[in-house]
Design a binder for this molecule. Structure first.
Ligand code: HEM
Length: 224
């Protein structure tokens, strides 16, 4: 047995977290494809895809079906996250705090070459939290504007008619933003994976300080 395989492994996420993640990945990818091809439905390339999906009505049907999957997965996430947070009193690591601001500033100066090492953070890094909260507000915007377009008659009973084209513009714009943000995040992630794991200060999430990591020789004397 190699040293690496002899190391103990700790699952970072539960099985249901992973299942939920993959439902979101598949549904979001399908929504992005079926949505963006509707946005540019006149190009020769998107016409091929729309025809391949069975025409525009079938593309819209797939989009709405995947939207329902995202809405169910999101409701499940909010329910389980709420249970963990309020009943089991865990999951506080996902809340943004001052250490994230420090880690972000440290990371920017590292990326600009002013520091030799990147900061090491807690279970969730500042960029992971940023991405998580972006997905939350992004999903809220997509769900609200999508449901407005889906139910224009019900919407215009409450709001002026101009809200329908506004919802369409916001929905399309947010779709482009989300796709670009995910691609950018993925490229950055690939870059940091080949990077080292960071030898910079530990950004401790528990007691709220940034300090150097204690070694066996100076255990208990962590600098703040
Ligand atoms: C979360 C729930 C969502 C709902 C309820 C929803 C619903 C809709 C509806 C009703 C339309 C109008 C076309 C039609 O009648 O089928 C539409 C268009 C569109 N959707 Fe979604 N959608 C959702 C999520 C998403 C996501 C996550 C993306 C991409 C990341 C996306 C991208 C688009 C795009 C680009 C259009 C075309 C907008 C335009 O023509 O300007 N949608 N969506």
């Amino acid at each position: 047995m190699t040293d690496e395989s002899a190391q103990r492994r700790f699952p970072r996420f539960t099985r249901s977290d992973r299942l939920e993640h993959w439902v979101q990945v598949i549904a979001f990818t399908g929504l992005a494809i079926t949505g963006l091809i509707q946005m540019w439905s006149e190009s020769a390339f998107t016409k091929v895809i729309i025809t391949g999906l069975g025409g525009i009505n079938s593309t819209r049907f797939i989009h709405r079906t995947l939207a329902v999957a995202v809405l169910i997965a999101t409701a499940y996430h909010l329910g389980t996250a709420g249970y963990r947070f309020y009943v089991k009193r865990i999951g506080k690591q996902m809340l943004p705090n001052l250490n994230d601001v420090r880690a972000a500033a440290y990371s920017v100066s590292y990326n600009l070459g002013f520091r030799r090492d990147s900061a090491r953070e807690g279970k969730f890094t500042f960029s992971e939290k940023l991405e998580y909260w972006s997905i939350i507000w992004g999903t809220v915007i997509m769900a609200v504007t999508g449901l407005m377009m889906w139910n224009p008659v019900a919407t215009t009973k409450i709001l002026p008619g101009a809200f329908i084209p506004a919802a369409k513009a916001a929905h399309g714009g947010e779709a482009i933003l989300a796709v670009l943000a995910i691609l950018a995040g993925w490229i950055i992630q690939q870059r940091s994976d080949v990077d080292d794991e960071g030898d910079g200060p530990v950004v401790d999430q528990l007691d709220g300080h940034v300090g150097t990591e204690p070694t066996s020789s100076d255990a208990g004397t962590q600098a703040t």
